[in-house]
Design a protein around this ligand. Structure first.
Ligand code: PEP
Ligand code: MG
Length: 410
């Protein structure tokens, strides 16, 4: 992906992790192209035969793959747009923030240039792809055995350096570090390990569940955050980090894991907020109890949508979504625009329940909906404190948040 100018896949959906990474990097990606067939020496798509070297043009926004080399241009922030966004910021700042989802120092710098006021989601598993993949695979295969400590130490070292780059780029704004949420099929493949293979990896040992089984994992990550904070401060910056636990379904899960994190934090001189993602229906419905153990909430509306609908993020757009939209069974793709009937009210009720327990509870949104104007309207109405989206969507989000605030006042 790092080398590609654009990406077309036969599988996946709008919020598959590949698509999410592509959006974060500003790469045009068209995913889940059902009639794409890739053969040894050619590809077939929409009745066209493509030979090696043939050019296609992609529109990642509309999902179009166009034969030929179309002229493209880069969108620039014109002075007029800059003025408009400054008006939007006047309305918005101090009321609803806009952060970015970014995982590297370079992405964080870009997000900042687009006007992000922090990072709402730093997906640490993305730091473990590419040449880091063998380190994760080694950890998975260690399975609590003798290699566990060494493999974690290697991961921790890599993580500390990566986090330091992100914290430096964003200082003094906050960076919400999301502890590992690795759908294991994205990582375990190729290890030869069948022990951890799952039939439904998106419903498997994700997020906090793997952490419960492998206690040292989140401890290591917490130490990496603490170490990175110390490194960045020693270099003269004023970094700010928050730690976020993913895929919580049960308040006791969060309480258990948090007690481990607090031990690591207590052993340092830092004080860090520990919050949770609200991305399972159970956590959303039990938000009041979850809030007892969380310093902040961040809604993961990608998984929340997947789990409320029972639609696989990775598969539903391939066969089901288009006919459902054509038949009018769905008004819009709920992975693109937050479902107004159930998911948006669920978010609103979870915000209310959380704040009934902790009146000052900070609440953010870090699913892809955080960059979609229609969804932003629902989220601002639900009372969130910030939305977080891919760096390239930050300007749109700044405008949409201001418009939503004006609408609410009307
Ligand atoms: C989400 O589920 O909305 C989220 C932000 O987490 P991820 O996309 O990494 O699963
Ligand atoms: Mg998620």
């Amino acid at each position: 992906m790092r080398l590609a100018e654009g990406i077309v896949t036969t599988r996946g959906g709008m919020t598959s992790h590949t698509a999410v990474v592509a959006r974060g990097w500003g790469l045009p990606a068209v995913v889940g192209v059902e009639d794409l067939r890739v053969n040894v020496d050619h590809a077939m798509i929409g009745g066209h035969r493509l030979e090696p070297g043939d050019r296609v043009s992609l529109d990642g926004g509309t999902g179009e793959v166009l034969v030929g080399n179309l002229e493209v241009s880069s969108v620039e922030v014109t002075p007029e747009l800059a003025t408009l966004l400054s008006w939007a910021d006047e309305i918005r700042i101090g009321r609803v923030g806009v952060r970015a989802n970014a995982d590297t120092g370079a992405d964080a710098e870009r997000a900042r240039a687009f006007g992000a006021e922090g990072i709402g989601l730093c997906r640490t598993e993305h730091m473990f792809l590419g040449d880091r993949l063998p380190l994760v695979q080694r950890f998975i295969d260690a399975d609590g055995g003798p290699d566990e400590a060494d493999s974690l130490a290697a991961l921790g070292q890599a993580q500390r350096a990566d986090l330091a780059a992100v914290l430096t780029a964003m200082a003094p704004h906050p960076v919400t570090v999301r502890l590992l949420d690795a759908p294991l099929h994205e990582f375990a493949g190729g290890t030869g390990s069948t022990e951890w293979a799952e039939h439904n990896p998106m419903l498997g040992t994700r997020g906090v569940r793997l952490a419960v089984l492998r206690e040292d994992l989140y401890r290591m990550q917490t130490r990496a955050v603490l170490g990175a904070l110390a490194d960045v401060r020693a270099a003269g910056c004023t970094p700010r980090a928050e730690i976020m636990v993913p895929m919580v379904t049960e308040p006791a899960e969060l309480a258990l894991v948090r007690s481990w994190l607090e031990e690591e934090i207590a052993a340092s001189s830092e004080s860090i907020q520990v919050g949770t993602m609200i991305e399972t229906p159970r956590a959303a419905l039990a938000a009041g109890m979850v809030a007892l153990h969380a310093d902040f909430f961040s809604f993961g509306t990608n998984d929340l949508t997947q789990l409320v609908f029972g639609f696989s993020r990775d598969d539903v757009e391939r066969k089901i979504m288009t006919p459902y939209l054509e038949l009018g069974l769905l008004e819009a793709n709920p992975f693109e625009i937050l479902d107004a009937t159930v998911v948006a009210p669920l978010v609103a009720s979870a915000v209310t329940a959380g704040r009934a327990v902790r009146p000052e509870l900070p609440v953010g949104v870090c699913g892809e909906h955080g960059g979609d104007p229609t969804s932003i309207r629902y989220l601002v109405a639900a009372g969130v404190d910030y939305v977080s989206c891919s760096p390239f969507r930050v300007p749109v989000a700044r405008l949409a948040v201001a418009q939503a605030l004006l609408d609410i006042e009307d």
